[in-house]
Design a binder for this molecule. Structure first.
Ligand code: GTP
Ligand code: ZN
Length: 217
């Protein structure tokens, strides 16, 4: 039996499967699919409806499947995706920018959608990465429970770590449904976050060039 003051345990299988973020430090025991569906039935009843009526009978299973999509990013390794690079670039050393990457995430406070766009740029140092991989990295971190600031940093820093470029810039513009459909209900509000590393941080001209590329006012 575990003594009450033992250090918290991390479920190793869960960590290795990638379903837990590495910074997790509390006990993580992954419930079964059936337990997850039961939790949905509980929420339906708590909201005031009858989970046994025909229209809602399959809802717990559908919600579980939807969550597998919404949170698929726990099972994926963004650094693995970035590891395949190309060095035959004929000396290309200007900025590479992929802008307007559609972003769909969920806020970790209310578990409701965050929807917007991400713009990702880097200044290559000899090697470049497949363009789709930048969008894949956005996708992997977005498909987790997030706050926009952390999402922005995670995308930029993973590219920085794996590609070791001269700099990385990430800007995210997004609407948070927890601010639009509930709570303060500010329908038009957009949250803009950015993370700049290397030359994007140290050189105002590089930063300006990037902001012009993504059409920032
Ligand atoms: N910094 C940050 N805050 C977020 C993000 N997504 C949602 N939030 C905020 O998280 C906060 C949670 O505040 P709480 O006071 O604990 O929760 P709440 O009572 O539901 O707050 P209200 O939304 O103001 O009704 C709210 O201010 C949300 O707007 C995010 O990506 N980054
Ligand atoms: Zn929220």
């Amino acid at each position: 039996m575990t003594a009450p003051d033992d250090p918290p345990m991390i479920d190793r299988d869960l960590l290795e499967s990638g379903m837990a973020q590495p910074e997790a430090s509390v006990e993580l025991v992954r419930p079964s699919r059936e337990q997850a569906e039961e939790a949905v039935r509980t929420l339906i009843a708590w909201a005031g409806d009858d989970p046994t009526r025909e229209g809602l009978l399959e809802t717990p299973a559908r919600v579980a499947r939807a969550w597998e999509e919404f949170f698929a990013g726990y099972g994926m390794d963004p650094e693995e995706v970035l590891r395949k690079t190309f060095e035959e670039t004929d000396g290309y050393d200007e900025m590479v920018t992929v802008r307007d990457i559609r972003l769909e995430s969920h806020c970790e406070h209310h578990l409701v959608p965050i929807v917007g766009r991400a713009h990702v740029a880097y200044l290559p140092d000899r090697r470049v990465v497949g363009l789709s991989k930048l969008a894949r990295v956005v996708e992997i971190f977005a498909k987790r429970m997030q706050i926009q600031e952390k999402l922005t940093v995670q995308i930029a820093d993973s590219i920085d770590r794996v590609l070791a470029p001269k700099g990385v810039a990430v800007v995210i513009e997004a609407a948070h449904e927890c601010m639009t459909t509930r709570g303060v209900r500010k329908h038009e509000s957009m949250t803009v976050t950015s993370r700049m590393t290397g030359e994007f941080r140290s050189n105002p001209a590089t930063r300006r060039e990037f902001l012009a590329m993504i059409g920032h006012r």
